[in-house]
Design a binder for this molecule. Structure first.
Ligand code: PEP
Ligand code: MG
Length: 770
C-alpha cells in the first residue's frame, strides 16, 4: 500500500469505515459514465473534480496538468476560484502540489498551511483549507499532472482514500494524454529533418564487444483503451485466465531445450517465473480490479504504484528489478489482449535491437541466432537483461539516450560496446574500418579463449591469482569458463533484494550450498549482507538519512540486528558442511566490530557443534577494507583475520570524500593517484609481513591498466567481473613485474593528480596488453 506520505503530524489513520469502500465503488461506477459520455476534455475533467469532491467529502478537488516548461497548470477545480483555472501555475517542485509532481508520490497532510512546502496562491482562494491529500497523475512512469483534494477542517485521510484517488488519477492520465499536448519536442516536429545523417551515440558499456547489423526497434507499450469495467467479476475471470496463460507461456520458455543448456538464462527465468507467481503482485491487481477498473488498467495502476515506491531509488539493482516487473506487466497486458503469441515481426539476420528498456524474457522472444547487439536507453550492468545478453555473448550499450528517436528501423548500426559507442548510419569507410577491426578481434578472442587454461603468470614468473566476483547463481558457471581461481567476492545481498521478505535459514542454506556445489571445490568468499545505504530492502525499516553512504549499512546493521546476521552465518556454516568456506564482513570501520562479528560467528559454530552438525572443513574469516579508519588499526586487525579484501569502490569514495554514484564526480579523482597507490602498497607490505593474504575486489581490478598498477605495488590476488578475467590475464602474461616495480618506486611519490598516463606509456612502450 502506498504510504500516506508527507507526514505533517497526521499520525496513522484508523481503519476506514465501510462507507469509504462503498463510496470508492460508487465513484468508479460514476466515473465509468463520465468516460462513456461524449464530452470534451475540459467538461469531463470538470465533472471528475466535482465527483471526487462529493465522493471524498472534500470541499475542494483540483486537477493540475503538466504543461511545457515543467509547469503545472490548474486545469479544473471544484471549490477553488473558477477564475484561477488555466491561470494558476506552479513550477514542478513548488508548493505541495509541485512536490507531489516532483516526487511522483502521494501526500496526505492534516495541517497543510504549516507545512514548509506550502505555497499560498491568493487567486485560488485556498486560504481556509487545512488538510490536503494529493496524488500524481501518472502515465507509465511519467508524471502528467496532480489530483488534489482539500478540506476546510483538519482531517486525517485514510490510505484507502489515497488509493481511490490514485485510481481516479489513472483515468485522468489517459484523458490528459489524449487531450492535452505534451511537452514540446516530445511530439514529432513537422520541421524535423528526416534521419539520414550519420550519428554517434555515447552510452555505457554493459557488455563489451563489437558488432554490426541493422536496427530493429523494440516497442512493447500497449495502449489501454478501456479503463473502467462494467462487470468486475467478469474482469477478474479474464485476469485469472490471462495470468494462467502467461505462466504457461513462461513455463514453455523455460523448457526450451536451447535455454536448458544455459544455466545463466535458466536462473534468470526461474527468478522471473517466481515474480510472475508472486501472490502479493497478483492479489494487488485483483484488488484494484474489484474497485472497478479493467484488468489492463489495474495492471498498469499497480505498476504505477511500484514505480512511485521504487522508481526514485538510486540503487541500480533495484531499478533493474523494476524493469523486470515492467516486462512482466507488459507480458500480462499482451496476454490480456490476446496478442501474446504475435511474433515481433521479421528480423534481419544481423539484428541490432534498440530498446528504451527491455526485460529478460522479452529479449528471449527474439530469435537468438539473429541478434548481434543490444542498445538500451536505460539499463545498468547488473540488469538481468545485461547478464542474459552476456550469457548469449552479445555486446550491449546502455544509457544511450535518444537511441529510439535517433535510430530508424533497418538503419545500419555499428555497436562498439568496448568504447560505449553506437554509430548510426555510418559512412562506408567507417563500416570498412570496423569490419577489419571485427575480424582482428575475433582472432584475438579465439586466442584468449584458448588461453583460459593458461596460468596468469608474468614474463618474469610472477603468478597472479585471478578470482571472480559474483552475486547471482547465474554467475557461478563462469568459474569454469574463465578459468578463475575462485570467487573472491560473493555479494550475498543480491538475492535478498529481489524479495518481499527475509529468506529464512533453510532458503539461504539451499542457495549457498548450490553456490558451493557449482564452484566444485574452488574457494568462495561469501560477504555477509551489505545492505543499507542505497541498497534498500523494502522489508527492512530504516529512518531516512541525509547521507545514506555514511549511514546505517552493512556490518552496522548486522551487529545491531544480531539475529539477522546469525541466521546468515548459520546458513553459511550449514551450506559448507564439511567443505571449505570463506566469510567476510563488509564496511568494517574498527577492530571492535570484527571482534563482535567474530563472536556471533563463534556462537553459531558452537551451536552447530552442539547439534552435531558437520562443521566447515576450513573456515577463513576476513574483512573488507573499505573504511580508511581500519587502515590505522592494521596491527590489531592483522592478528585477527585470515584475509583482507580491499573494496576499492567504497574505499575510494571515503578516501576522496567523493560519492561513487555521482556521474559528475566520476572523473574527478583517479584510482591511479599517488595517494591511493601509496596507501595500498603499504597495506600489501603489512599484510605480507604478517602472513595475511590480501586481494582487491572493487571495479579497479577489472581494468587492465589499473590491474597492472596493482600488481606493480604488490597485489598477487585480484577479484573481478568474470568478463574481465581474459583481458587481465593477457595483461599479466605480457608484463615483466620487476620492471614495473622499479618504475613505480620512482613514480609513486610524485605530486601528480594521477599516474595514469605515465603508466599507460610504460605499458605501450613494452607492448603490455592493456
Ligand atoms: C567495493 O566497495 O569495492 C565492493 C566490492 O563492494 P560493493 O561494490 O558491493 O560496495
Ligand atoms: Mg563496498
Amino acid at each position: 500500500m502506498p504510504p500516506a506520505a508527507g507526514g505533517g503530524g497526521t499520525g496513522r489513520p484508523s481503519a476506514p469505515d465501510r462507507g469509504v469502500i462503498i463510496s470508492a465503488r460508487r465513484m468508479m461506477a460514476r466515473l465509468r459514465d463520465i468516460m462513456a459520455g461524449s464530452d470534451a476534455l475540459q467538461a469531463r475533467l470538470d465533472k471528475i473534480v466535482r465527483l471526487v469532491a462529493s465522493e471524498t467529502v472534500a470541499e475542494v478537488c483540483s486537477c493540475y496538468v503538466v504543461r511545457p516548461g515543467d509547469v503545472l497548470e490548474l486545469f479544473a477545480t471544484h471549490g477553488l476560484n473558477a477564475s484561477a483555472v488555466h491561470r494558476t501555475r506552479l513550477r514542478i517542485g513548488e508548493g505541495l502540489v509541485g512536490q507531489i509532481a516532483a516526487t511522483g508520490r502521494p501526500t496526505a497532510i492534516a495541517n497543510a498551511p504549516e507545512h514548509p512546502n506550502f505555497a499560498y496562491r491568493p487567486e485560488t482562494g485556498e486560504d481556509p483549507y487545512q488538510s490536503l491529500m494529493g496524488v500524481p497523475v501518472l502515465r507509465g512512469s511519467q508524471v502528467r499532472g496532480v489530483l488534489v483534494v482539500q478540506n476546510q477542517h483538519r482531517r486525517v485521510y485514510h490510505e484507502e482514500e489515497i488509493e481511490t484517488l490514485q485510481t481516479v488519477a489513472m483515468v485522468v492520465a489517459e484523458l490528459v494524454a489524449v487531450g492535452v499536448p505534451a511537452e514540446p519536442g516530445s511530439a514529432a516536429r513537422p520541421d524535423a529533418p528526416s534521419q539520414i545523417l550519420p550519428a554517434r551515440l555515447v552510452g555505457l558499456r554493459l557488455n563489451g564487444g563489437l558488432a554490426m547489423g541493422r536496427a530493429v526497434l523494440h516497442r512493447p507499450i500497449l495502449t489501454i483503451r478501456e479503463m473502467v469495467a462494467d462487470d468486475p467479476t467478469a474482469e477478474l475471470a479474464r485476469f485469472r485466465a490471462a495470468v494462467a496463460s502467461m505462466q504457461d507461456a513462461l513455463d514453455d520458455l523455460l523448457s526450451n531445450p536451447v535455454l536448458a543448456e544455459k544455466e545463466e538464462s535458466r536462473d534468470i527465468l526461474e527468478t522471473y517465473r517466481m515474480f510472475s507467481r508472486d501472490r502479493g503482485w497478483l492479489s494487488r491487481i485483483a484488488e484494484v480490479i474489484r474497485t472497478g477498473l479493467t484488468a489492463e488498467a489495474a495492471v498498469q495502476r499497480v505498476q504505477n504504484d511500484t514505480h512511485a515506491r521504487l522508481g526514485h531509488l538510486a540503487d541500480h539493482y533495484l531499478r533493474e528489478r523494476l524493469l523486470d516487473l515492467d516486462d512482466l506487466a507488459n507480458r500480462l497486458l499482451m496476454h490480456l489482449s490476446g496478442r501474446a503469441s504475435a511474433a515481433f515481426g521479421t528480423l534481419p539476420d544481423d539484428a541490432v535491437l534498440i530498446a528504451r528498456a527491455i526485460g529478460p524474457a522479452e529479449l528471449l522472444d527474439y530469435e537468438q541466432s539473429r541478434l548481434r547487439a543490444l542498445v538500451l536507453e536505460d539499463g545498468s550492468s547488473t540488469s538481468h537483461v545485461a547478464i542474459l545478453a552476456r550469457a548469449m555473448g552479445i555486446p550491449v550499450v546502455g544509457r544511450c539516450l535518444d537511441a529510439m528517436s535517433t535510430i530508424e528501423p533497418w538503419d545500419p548500426v555499428i555497436v562498439d560496446a568496448d568504447n560505449s559507442n553506437v554509430f548510426v548510419r555510418p559512412a562506408d569507410d567507417v563500416q570498412d574500418m570496423f569490419a577489419g577491426a571485427m575480424s582482428l578481434r575475433m582472432a584475438r578472442r579465439r586466442a584468449r579463449e584458448a588461453g583460459a587454461h593458461l596460468p596468469a603468470e608474468s614474463k618474469d614468473g610472477v603468478r597472479v591469482g585471478l578470482w571472480m566476483n559474483a552475486g547471482l547463481l547465474a554467475d557461478v558457471p563462469h568459474l569454469a569458463t574463465t578459468g578463475a581461481d575462485g570467487i573472491g567476492l560473493y555479494r550475498t545481498e543480491i538475492p535478498f533484494m529481489v524479495r518481499s521478505d527475509f529468506p529464512d535459514v533453510n532458503e539461504q542454506t539451499r542457495l549457498y550450498r548450490t553456490v558451493l556445489d557449482q564452484a566444485d571445490g574452488k574457494p568462495v568468499m561469501f560477504r555477509t549482507l551489505d545492505i543499507g545505504g542505497d541498497k534498500f530492502l523494502p522489508y527492512l525499516k530504516d529512518e531516512p538519512t541525509e547521507n545514506p553512504a555514511l549511514g546505517w549499512r552493512a556490518i552496522r546493521i548486522g551487529l545491531d540486528r544480531p539475529a539477522l546476521m546469525r541466521r546468515q552465518l548459520r546458513a553459511l556454516i550449514r551450506a559448507a558442511a564439511g567443505r571449505s568456506i570463506g566469510i567476510m564482513f563488509p564496511l568494517v570501520a574498527e577492530v571492535a566490530e570484527v571482534d563482535a562479528a567474530r563472536a556471533l560467528l563463534d556462537k553459531e559454530l558452537e551451536r552447530a557443534r552442539l547439534l552435531n552438525e558437520p562443521l566447515p572443513e576450513r573456515l577463513r574469516v576476513g574483512v573488507m577494507l573499505e573504511v580508511p579508519a581500519l587502515f590505522w588499526q592494521l596491527t590489531a586487525l592483522l592478528a585477527r583475520v585470515d584475509f583482507i579484501a580491499v573494496g576499492s569502490n567504497d574505499l575510494l569514495q571515503y578516501l576522496f570524500a567523493c560519492d561513487r554514484a555521482s556521474p559528475p564526480l566520476a572523473q574527478r579523482y583517479d584510482a591511479l593517484s599517488p595517494a591511493v597507490l601509496t596507501m595500498l602498497r603499504e597495506l600489501v607490505a603489512r599484510c605480507s609481513e604478517q602472513g595475511v593474504s590480501v586481494s582487491l575486489c572493487g571495479e579497479m581490478a577489472a581494468r587492465p591498466l589499473e590491474a597492472m598498477a596493482l600488481v606493480g605495488i604488490g597485489f598477487r590476488q585480484l577479484s573481478m567481473a568474470p568478463t574481465a578475467i581474459g583481458e587481465v590475464r593477457a595483461m599479466v602474461r605480457s608484463l615483466t613485474v620487476s620492471q614495473l616495480e622499479r618504475y613505480l618506486d620512482r613514480l609513486i611519490s610524485s605530486p601528480d593528480h594521477s599516474l595514469r598516463e605515465k603508466l599507460r606509456g610504460f605499458a605501450m612502450d613494452r607492448s603490455i596488453e592493456i
